[in-house]
Structure formats: C-alpha cells, structure tokens
Ligand binder design. Structure first.
Ligand SMILES: [Mn+2]
Length: 246
C-alpha cells in the first residue's frame, strides 16, 4: 500500500498451512503455531508478485519446526540454483522433490531410497503441488487460457501424483519470471491414502505434529547469466527471521 500497490491475489494468511489456498482467517494465533503468509503486491501497471514466508508465532521456531523448515529451504535453494535458460522447469521441480525427499529420509519420516521414492511419486504425500508457475500480468500468468502458455506444444498434463499439478512444463527462457515455492504439509486425506502407507514412519512423523504446513516462495527472473531472485530482500533464513521477530 505504501508503494501504491494492491494485492495481486487474495492473500493466504493462516496457521493451517496444510489447507492450500485457504482464504479464511478464523484461527487465533497460538504461541506454538506457524503462520504461513502467501501475499503478493500488484503494481499500478498491473504486474503481479507472489511471495510466501512461514513465521513462528512465538518468534522462535520449535526444534521440530526448525528441522522441517531447513529441509524446505534447502529444496527451494537447490531449485533456484538450478535455474538458467534452457533448463526444463519440470527438472527444477524434480530437483526440489529430490532435495525434499532426501531431507525427509534423513529425518526418518520417509523410508526408502530418495531417488526411488521420487520415481514412485511418494514425495507428493507431503508436497502435493508443483514447484511454481509463470508470473506476469496475472499471478498464475496466462492460466485463464488453460495450459496453452504453461505447456510447450505437444505436451499435456500427466496423471502421475507427483507431476500432475505442475503448472509450467517448458524449457526456461531469458525474460521469464517463475515462482519457486516448495512446501511440506500434513494433509489428513493424503496421509490416509494407502499408496503412501509403506513409506511413512508414523512414530517419527508424530513428533512433528507442530508442523502443519510450511511453504517458502520467491519470484525468479531468468537472465542471460542465470537468474535473479527478485524477492530476495524478504528474509527467509531461520536466524534472520528470529532476529527480526525479536
Ligand atoms: Mn505462487
């Protein structure tokens, strides 16, 4: 508002981060909660931004929140580092899926070999959406036209659980702006899905009950040299967030 912007879409501000696209705010903030804030400005000329951060209501992440946050942040960092012209956006998505899965195996939440787990789309139990989308005059730019802009000619959505929500399936080009927004969510109906059961360590997962949903989202411009994170000034490291909240 200070810069004469409006919101680019209905903000998601919630302690129930596992409810994707929730636009209701009926939950009082409790000290142990995480507050997920997905809110972006739209400039006077109509250009959209799309940013998500996840904050500990108390000002300090709990040890379990910290562990999962670091896994999500590492997945996001690895995905951003892989961005350059010519790279398939789907491979950026898979880079994040792999990093996330590897982290969850290391924490003892998922059982198995990370590469096998991603091949079998098991990561989608905790990360059930795509890594991001095109950003422009609309927040999901051109999606009102279906996948015409998002999918290269001859490509169509798959039905595979780990890929079907991918909103962009093209090689990246200089000048594109994409979002990179991996997350971790405990969605009850997905956790109950039989296909995932053999791969989840329930006893271990129960220790992470205070992590309902974490997402970290930045807007990234593809440049001739690689990429530029346009939203990098908004803190996302645990130490920085806790210092600001102090
Ligand atoms: Mn987004």
């Amino acid at each position: 508002m200070a810069h004469n912007c409006t919101t680019a879409y209905n903000s998601i501000v919630t302690t129930q981060g596992h409810i994707l696209h929730s636009e209701t705010y009926h939950y009082p903030l409790q000290p142990g909660d995480l507050l997920l804030v997905d809110a972006g400005a739209e400039s006077q000329a109509g250009w959209a931004s799309d940013v998500t951060r996840t904050y500990p209501v108390s000002g300090k992440f709990s040890p379990t929140q910290r562990l999962i946050y670091e896994v999500v942040l590492n997945a996001q960092t690895q995905a951003i580092q892989a961005i350059r012209s010519g790279v398939e956006y789907q491979d950026i998505h898979l880079t994040a899926c792999h990093a996330l899965t590897e982290g969850l195996v290391e924490l003892g939440i998922l059982k198995g070999n990370p590469t096998d787990l991603v091949d079998r789309h098991i990561h989608s139990v905790f990360f059930p959406h795509g890594i991001g989308h095109l950003l422009g005059l609309d927040v999901h730019d051109m999606e009102d036209l279906g996948d015409i802009a998002g999918y290269a000619p001859g490509r169509a959505r798959t039905t595979a659980p780990g890929l079907k929500y991918l909103r962009l399936h093209r090689p990246l080009q200089v000048g594109m702006i994409v979002t990179i927004e991996p997350g971790f969510y405990q969605v009850p109906h997905l956790l109950q899905d039989p296909q995932y059961q053999p791969f989840i360590n329930w006893e271990r997962l129960a220790e992470f009950a205070d992590v309902k949903g974490i997402r970290i989202e930045d807007d990234v411009l593809v440049t001739p040299q690689g990429c530029e994170v346009l939203t990098q000034n908004l803190a996302k490291e645990i130490e920085t967030i806790e210092a600001i909240m102090k």
